[in-house]
Design a protein around this ligand. Structure first.
Ligand SMILES: [Zn+2]
Length: 223
Protein backbone atom coordinates (compact mmCIF):
# COMPACT_ATOMS: atom_id res chain seq x y z
CA UNK A 1 0.00 0.00 0.00
CA UNK A 2 2.80 2.38 1.00
CA UNK A 3 4.60 1.51 -2.25
CA UNK A 4 1.47 2.34 -4.23
CA UNK A 5 1.27 5.76 -2.56
CA UNK A 6 4.93 6.33 -3.38
CA UNK A 7 4.35 5.47 -7.04
CA UNK A 8 1.29 7.73 -7.19
CA UNK A 9 3.35 10.47 -5.48
CA UNK A 10 6.16 10.24 -8.04
CA UNK A 11 3.70 10.23 -10.97
CA UNK A 12 2.06 13.34 -9.50
CA UNK A 13 5.48 15.02 -9.16
CA UNK A 14 6.37 14.11 -12.77
CA UNK A 15 3.02 15.45 -14.07
CA UNK A 16 3.43 18.66 -12.06
CA UNK A 17 6.98 19.05 -13.39
CA UNK A 18 5.59 18.75 -16.90
CA UNK A 19 2.57 21.07 -16.66
CA UNK A 20 3.95 23.54 -14.10
CA UNK A 21 7.73 23.25 -13.90
CA UNK A 22 9.45 25.18 -11.13
CA UNK A 23 11.31 28.25 -12.31
CA UNK A 24 14.35 29.78 -10.67
CA UNK A 25 13.27 32.81 -8.58
CA UNK A 26 16.53 34.59 -9.50
CA UNK A 27 16.70 34.23 -13.32
CA UNK A 28 13.18 32.85 -14.09
CA UNK A 29 14.63 29.99 -16.14
CA UNK A 30 13.20 26.50 -15.67
CA UNK A 31 14.93 24.48 -12.96
CA UNK A 32 16.59 21.20 -13.98
CA UNK A 33 14.74 18.01 -12.97
CA UNK A 34 17.36 17.72 -10.19
CA UNK A 35 16.04 21.03 -8.77
CA UNK A 36 19.19 22.96 -9.74
CA UNK A 37 19.57 26.21 -11.65
CA UNK A 38 22.64 25.83 -13.85
CA UNK A 39 22.61 29.52 -14.84
CA UNK A 40 22.72 30.86 -11.28
CA UNK A 41 24.72 27.84 -10.08
CA UNK A 42 22.26 27.15 -7.30
CA UNK A 43 22.48 25.38 -4.93
CA UNK A 44 26.10 26.40 -4.49
CA UNK A 45 28.37 24.52 -2.09
CA UNK A 46 31.04 27.27 -2.34
CA UNK A 47 28.87 29.58 -0.23
CA UNK A 48 28.53 27.09 2.63
CA UNK A 49 30.15 28.09 5.95
CA UNK A 50 30.71 25.85 8.97
CA UNK A 51 31.93 27.38 12.21
CA UNK A 52 32.77 25.57 15.44
CA UNK A 53 32.24 27.81 18.47
CA UNK A 54 32.22 27.31 22.20
CA UNK A 55 30.77 28.88 25.32
CA UNK A 56 30.42 27.82 28.96
CA UNK A 57 27.85 25.16 27.93
CA UNK A 58 30.24 23.49 25.45
CA UNK A 59 30.95 23.30 21.73
CA UNK A 60 28.41 24.06 19.04
CA UNK A 61 28.26 24.43 15.27
CA UNK A 62 26.95 27.37 13.25
CA UNK A 63 26.12 26.10 9.74
CA UNK A 64 25.08 28.70 7.17
CA UNK A 65 24.13 28.24 3.52
CA UNK A 66 25.43 31.60 2.28
CA UNK A 67 25.54 35.34 2.87
CA UNK A 68 22.22 37.20 2.98
CA UNK A 69 22.84 39.27 -0.13
CA UNK A 70 22.56 38.92 -3.91
CA UNK A 71 20.98 35.66 -5.10
CA UNK A 72 20.63 34.23 -1.59
CA UNK A 73 18.71 37.30 -0.43
CA UNK A 74 16.44 37.07 -3.48
CA UNK A 75 15.74 33.40 -2.72
CA UNK A 76 14.97 34.03 0.96
CA UNK A 77 12.66 36.94 0.11
CA UNK A 78 10.89 34.95 -2.63
CA UNK A 79 10.24 32.18 -0.12
CA UNK A 80 9.29 34.40 2.84
CA UNK A 81 7.11 36.96 1.11
CA UNK A 82 5.87 35.21 -2.05
CA UNK A 83 5.88 31.60 -0.79
CA UNK A 84 7.67 30.57 -3.97
CA UNK A 85 7.97 26.73 -3.91
CA UNK A 86 11.09 26.84 -6.13
CA UNK A 87 12.77 29.18 -3.64
CA UNK A 88 11.89 26.84 -0.77
CA UNK A 89 13.27 23.86 -2.71
CA UNK A 90 16.54 25.65 -3.59
CA UNK A 91 16.98 26.92 -0.02
CA UNK A 92 16.39 23.47 1.46
CA UNK A 93 18.95 21.97 -0.95
CA UNK A 94 21.41 24.72 -0.03
CA UNK A 95 20.80 24.05 3.68
CA UNK A 96 21.39 20.31 3.27
CA UNK A 97 24.77 21.06 1.63
CA UNK A 98 25.90 22.68 4.90
CA UNK A 99 25.50 19.44 6.91
CA UNK A 100 28.92 17.84 7.47
CA UNK A 101 29.11 14.14 6.63
CA UNK A 102 29.33 11.80 9.58
CA UNK A 103 27.39 13.99 12.00
CA UNK A 104 23.81 13.28 12.92
CA UNK A 105 21.06 14.94 14.91
CA UNK A 106 18.02 13.50 16.64
CA UNK A 107 15.67 16.30 15.63
CA UNK A 108 15.33 19.51 13.64
CA UNK A 109 13.89 22.31 15.78
CA UNK A 110 12.38 25.32 13.94
CA UNK A 111 13.17 28.63 15.63
CA UNK A 112 9.71 29.63 16.84
CA UNK A 113 7.71 32.54 15.51
CA UNK A 114 5.03 34.11 17.68
CA UNK A 115 1.52 32.68 17.00
CA UNK A 116 0.29 36.11 15.86
CA UNK A 117 3.02 36.24 13.24
CA UNK A 118 2.33 32.64 12.16
CA UNK A 119 -1.28 33.69 11.44
CA UNK A 120 -0.07 36.78 9.58
CA UNK A 121 2.20 34.76 7.31
CA UNK A 122 -0.04 31.71 7.00
CA UNK A 123 2.51 29.34 8.49
CA UNK A 124 5.82 29.55 10.25
CA UNK A 125 8.62 30.10 7.76
CA UNK A 126 11.16 28.15 9.80
CA UNK A 127 8.79 25.19 10.23
CA UNK A 128 8.32 24.86 6.45
CA UNK A 129 12.08 25.01 5.99
CA UNK A 130 12.67 22.39 8.71
CA UNK A 131 10.05 20.08 7.16
CA UNK A 132 11.66 20.40 3.75
CA UNK A 133 15.13 19.70 5.19
CA UNK A 134 13.64 16.78 7.16
CA UNK A 135 12.18 15.31 3.94
CA UNK A 136 15.64 15.37 2.36
CA UNK A 137 17.61 14.02 5.35
CA UNK A 138 15.16 11.77 7.20
CA UNK A 139 15.67 13.78 10.42
CA UNK A 140 12.43 14.26 12.38
CA UNK A 141 11.04 17.75 13.00
CA UNK A 142 10.04 18.63 16.55
CA UNK A 143 8.64 21.92 17.89
CA UNK A 144 9.34 22.09 21.64
CA UNK A 145 9.92 25.88 21.64
CA UNK A 146 7.23 28.55 21.80
CA UNK A 147 7.18 32.30 22.04
CA UNK A 148 4.93 33.20 24.91
CA UNK A 149 4.48 36.93 24.49
CA UNK A 150 4.08 39.10 21.48
CA UNK A 151 7.33 40.73 20.51
CA UNK A 152 7.79 43.38 17.92
CA UNK A 153 10.03 42.41 15.04
CA UNK A 154 13.71 42.15 15.96
CA UNK A 155 14.62 43.96 12.76
CA UNK A 156 16.79 46.98 13.50
CA UNK A 157 17.64 45.98 17.08
CA UNK A 158 21.23 45.50 18.22
CA UNK A 159 22.53 42.39 20.01
CA UNK A 160 21.97 43.67 23.56
CA UNK A 161 18.41 44.78 22.79
CA UNK A 162 17.60 41.45 21.14
CA UNK A 163 18.92 39.57 24.19
CA UNK A 164 16.75 41.68 26.47
CA UNK A 165 13.60 41.12 24.37
CA UNK A 166 14.17 37.37 23.98
CA UNK A 167 15.07 36.61 27.57
CA UNK A 168 11.53 36.19 28.83
CA UNK A 169 9.54 35.21 25.77
CA UNK A 170 10.61 31.61 25.12
CA UNK A 171 8.89 28.58 26.61
CA UNK A 172 10.17 25.01 26.15
CA UNK A 173 8.91 21.45 26.62
CA UNK A 174 11.12 18.69 28.06
CA UNK A 175 13.35 17.30 25.29
CA UNK A 176 16.43 15.12 24.89
CA UNK A 177 19.06 14.31 22.30
CA UNK A 178 21.35 16.21 19.96
CA UNK A 179 19.34 18.96 18.28
CA UNK A 180 19.72 21.14 15.19
CA UNK A 181 17.91 24.47 15.32
CA UNK A 182 16.66 25.70 11.93
CA UNK A 183 16.41 29.42 11.13
CA UNK A 184 16.07 31.42 7.91
CA UNK A 185 18.55 34.25 8.49
CA UNK A 186 21.28 34.26 11.16
CA UNK A 187 22.09 37.80 12.29
CA UNK A 188 23.60 38.45 15.72
CA UNK A 189 23.05 34.99 17.18
CA UNK A 190 20.86 36.38 20.00
CA UNK A 191 17.83 34.31 18.95
CA UNK A 192 19.95 31.16 18.57
CA UNK A 193 21.67 31.66 21.94
CA UNK A 194 18.35 32.19 23.73
CA UNK A 195 16.86 29.04 22.11
CA UNK A 196 20.02 27.02 22.79
CA UNK A 197 20.06 27.93 26.48
CA UNK A 198 16.39 26.97 26.84
CA UNK A 199 16.84 23.62 25.05
CA UNK A 200 19.95 22.66 27.07
CA UNK A 201 18.12 23.51 30.30
CA UNK A 202 15.20 21.32 29.13
CA UNK A 203 17.43 18.24 28.67
CA UNK A 204 19.09 18.49 25.22
CA UNK A 205 22.63 17.07 25.08
CA UNK A 206 23.74 19.44 22.31
CA UNK A 207 22.28 22.24 20.18
CA UNK A 208 23.71 23.40 16.84
CA UNK A 209 22.34 25.89 14.31
CA UNK A 210 21.51 25.58 10.63
CA UNK A 211 20.52 28.87 8.96
CA UNK A 212 20.01 29.16 5.22
CA UNK A 213 21.67 32.59 5.17
CA UNK A 214 23.86 34.79 7.34
CA UNK A 215 23.66 38.58 7.46
CA UNK A 216 27.02 40.08 6.41
CA UNK A 217 28.64 42.11 9.25
CA UNK A 218 28.15 45.45 7.43
CA UNK A 219 24.36 44.90 7.29
CA UNK A 220 23.72 43.79 10.87
CA UNK A 221 21.14 45.98 12.54
CA UNK A 222 19.46 46.70 9.21
CA UNK A 223 17.93 43.28 8.54
ZN1 LIG B 1 18.57 30.89 -11.92
Amino acid sequence: MIRRFKIIGSIKTAVLDFIAPLCCPVCSRQLRPSGRCLYCRLPDWRQVRRQLRSDSAGLYLILTGGEYQGDMERLVRAFKYQRDPAALSLLADQAVLTLPEGLCWDALIPVPAHPVRIRERGEAITRRLAQEIGNRTGIAVSSPLRRTRYTKTLTGLGAAERREVLQHVLEVEVISGNLLLVDDVFTTGATFNACRRKLLAAGATGVDLLAVAKTPPNRQGRH
